[in-house]
Design a binder for this molecule. Structure first.
Ligand SMILES: [Zn+2]
Length: 134
């Protein structure tokens, strides 16, 4: 263990205290920390594990990327649904030709497949969020 000393009074006999939790990184991430108390002045020093802090930062970055991807997929889903509903209106319009209605129905079928596959992609992407404590 690297040597530690009290930065308030210079005492070098810091006492290791039982582990406690400390919230780090915007209150979203947790880490176990080592705590030391100075027997001379009572100052406490808290050390998180650097590898755990790095892991938390990495997990947060992964989740942010996933969030951005989800937003983009949901936007595309809204676009497809809106197109689908336009086609439904066109089909319901009595003034449309048989040909236009047939084409609209074919396009709707294809859109429905795209919507289903996008919805399952969104569901897959939503799963597997990192938990920011360990
Ligand atoms: Zn001290």
């Amino acid at each position: 263990m690297q040597s530690r000393y009290c930065i308030a009074c210079g005492c070098e006999d810091l006492i290791a205290m039982p582990l406690m939790h400390l919230i780090v990184l915007d209150g979203e991430c947790w880490s176990y920390v080592d705590t030391f108390a100075c027997p001379e002045c009572g100052r406490m020093e808290i050390y998180a594990k650097p590898e755990e802090i790095k892991k938390a930062i990495q997990n947060k970055k992964i989740d942010e990327e996933r969030e951005a991807k989800l937003a983009s997929l949901k936007k595309e889903l809204d676009r497809l649904k809106s197109h689908h509903s336009e086609l439904a209106s066109l089909i319901a319009d009595e003034n449309q030709t048989v040909k236009a209605i047939r084409e609209a129905k074919e396009l709707m079928n294809s859109l429905e497949n795209d919507i289903r596959s996008l919805e399952s992609k969104i569901s897959e992407t939503s799963n597997g969020y990192n938990i920011h404590y360990w």
